[in-house]
Design a protein around this ligand. Structure first.
Ligand code: AMP
Ligand code: MN
Ligand code: MN
Ligand code: MN
Length: 282
């Protein structure tokens, strides 16, 4: 089976490497089909493609859109768009809108954290960690609080300050998941539900989410991802089969310090239908 990595982040969003360095690293790790899927932003794709293709590796334009499900800002759902055009007006307009809402949310997060922790300078501190200020996000607040010593690890910072119910969590309603699927389709791409095992919904809600995603036209779900534990791979492979989804593979790599490396995940169980069967890779 082809070695693919169809979900990763550069410093265009909340990753650490530039798109060029990331693509080179993925290719050196043996990836044969790559997609850079920065949050709510397409601009890294040009450079990532350039490097990948120069190294003889196939490339799909990608993006990971921050959406919500069921009219609830607390069920944040990430949708990966693969093989999207970089020039589509509807997709670009909406991603620009989402990025501007990220700035608004950042002010609220900073306000809440400053009040809770009785400190100042949180907004500036977070932006200092954002190589691309337009993609200001929780990872950058996390890095700032970690630097200030508020927790032993970035994971702990998230757990104590940046997840639903915690003082620095501000819900968002930037995009209905159905709209995001339509933008992706309008831009010629396919929609993949990112890391379905990571959403904090119970089993029956998860099945409802998968059904809704299918009904809205979603083509695939991630089965093997750095955000799933290995025991979740067969669970989501089976669910993909049951719902008629293609299966995707992506590290969700953000930085060389991550526990997961580009292109290092196992291949899909052989009863899965790979999402890349939908693309002409000749
Ligand atoms: P945002 O899009 O700004 O809401 O931030 C979401 C991003 O935060 C994810 O893509 C991850 O990069 C990061 N993140 C979420 N949860 C955690 C966690 N528990 N530990 C570390 N990073 C996390
Ligand atoms: Mn991220
Ligand atoms: Mn995600
Ligand atoms: Mn991601």
């Amino acid at each position: 089976m082809l070695k693919v990595d169809l979900h990763c982040h550069s410093n265009v969003s909340d990753g650490k490497l530039t798109p060029e360095v990331l693509a080179e690293r993925a290719c050196n790790n043996g990836v044969q089909l790559l997609s850079l899927t920065d949050h709510d932003e397409l601009s890294g794709n040009v450079k990532a493609r350039e490097v990948a293709e120069a190294m003889g590796v196939k490339y799909l334009n990608g993006v990971e859109i921050s959406t919500y499900w069921k009219d609830s800002v607390d069920v944040a759902i990430h949708i990966v768009g693969l093989n999207v055009s970089l020039e589509n007006d509807q997709l670009n307009t909406n991603l620009i809108r989402i990025r501007s809402l990220r700035h608004d949310r950042a002010k609220k997060i900073a306000f809440d954290l400053e009040k809770k922790l009785k400190i100042t300078g949180v907004l500036e501190g977070a932006y200092k960690h954002a190589d691309n200020p337009d993609l200001i996000g929780r990872a950058h607040f996390g890095a700032h609080l970690f630097e200030l010593g508020y927790a032993k690890s970035l994971r702990d910072v998230f757990q104590h300050y940046l997840t639903p119910g915690k003082p620095g969590y501000v819900g968002y309603d930037w995009a209905d998941y159905k709209d995001a699927i339509n933008w992706i389709h309008g831009a010629g791409g396919v929609a993949v539900l990112a890391h379905p095992g990571r959403y904090r919904v119970g089993n029956s809600k998860l099945l409802e989410l998968l059904g809704d995603f299918k009904n809205a036209g979603g083509e695939g779900i991630e089965v093997v991802t750095g955000s799933h534990s290995p025991d979740q791979y067969p669970v989501f492979a089976t669910l993909a089969k049951r719902f008629g989804f293609k299966a995707s593979v992506g590290s969700d790599f953000h930085s060389p310090d991550d526990h997961v490396e580009l292109g290092h995940l196992p291949t899909l169980p052989d009863y899965c239908e790979p999402i890349w069967d939908l693309f002409d890779l000749s």
